[in-house]
Design a protein around this ligand. Structure first.
Ligand code: ATP
Length: 236
């Protein structure tokens, strides 16, 4: 469904992605992992066309996306940092987005899932970080799209919201969607993901199942497996 071929991205003299080859099949949950600054967000932004690679191509359904923008309508995206107009109230933001998309959306169900009813009349600038993230999640899941990309969706969420998010992600998978997720919460990855892709120093160090990585690293759990690789490769 998504194919990344020979992707290179430099910022000035820093090479962030250095020949990434990746195939993402239709349906399932892919976790993109890697240490801070390893290029996860940059890879996601290249897929979304928000960052232009220096080399390489990205194909969605076998069509190169370079220079195109319509394909993005098929992708729901949760950015790592959301920039909302601060003076807007939560319910105004939801209405505005529905107006722009000219679609009813399924915000009512999502507001209930994340218990946002008490905040609908509040201005976005007055919300806590975790509540802003819930608003961000409602916006992401409000419309139906075959591809969902979530950059650090767990950020700031309390345990109940985290459970709800996991349920939501599993429902999306059951509906046949393809989800790409970055997170540093390894328990979350172990619980929801079908495949993991581990980025290190601009390359894909590992792509496969969690179990496969545990076997490769001879570790008991994902947290230790990832710590083991990072220590070995970065501090060797
Ligand atoms: N617009 C930019 N200009 C210059 N450097 C950038 C830019 N965007 C990202 N970088 C650099 O590229 C590298 C990769 O950043 P990126 O945000 O993709 O990492 P990440 O794996 O998502 O990190 P984290 O886990 O901390 O979110 C970092 O060194 C970052 O400073």
């Amino acid at each position: 469904m998504i194919r990344v071929s020979g992707l290179e991205k430099k910022f000035g003299r820093q090479t962030v992605l250095n020949g990434i080859e990746l195939d993402i099949a239709e349906g399932g949950i892919y976790a993109i992992l890697g240490p801070n600054g390893s290029g996860k967000t940059t890879l996601i932004k290249c897929i979304l066309g928000l960052t232009h690679p220096n080399e390489g191509e990205i194909f969605i359904h076998d069509k190169a996306v370079r220079g195109k923008w319509k394909y993005r309508n098929a992708i729901n995206y949760l950015p790592q940092i959301a920039n909302f107009p601060e003076n807007l109230r939560v319910k105004e933001l939801f209405s505005m987005i529905k107006d722009i998309r000219q679609s009813p959306g399924r915000d009512e169900r999502l507001i209930e899932i994340f218990n946002l009813e008490p905040y609908l009349n509040k201005k976005l600038s007055t919300l806590s970080g975790g509540t802003v993230q819930k608003v961000n999640l409602v916006l992401t899941f409000m419309f139906d799209s075959p591809i969902v990309i979530l950059d650090e969706p767990t950020s700031g969420l309390d345990p109940l919201a985290m459970l709800k998010l996991k349920e939501l992600i599993r429902q999306e998978r059951a509906a046949g969607k393809t989800l790409i997720i970055t997170t540093h919460i390894m328990q979350f990855v172990e619980e929801v993901s079908d495949r993991i892709v581990y980025l290190l120093e601009g390359k894909i160090y590992y792509s496969g199942s969690v179990q496969g990585l545990l076997e490769k690293t001879q570790q008991q759990d994902l947290e230790h497996a990832i710590a083991h690789i990072t220590k070995q490769e970065l501090y060797a």
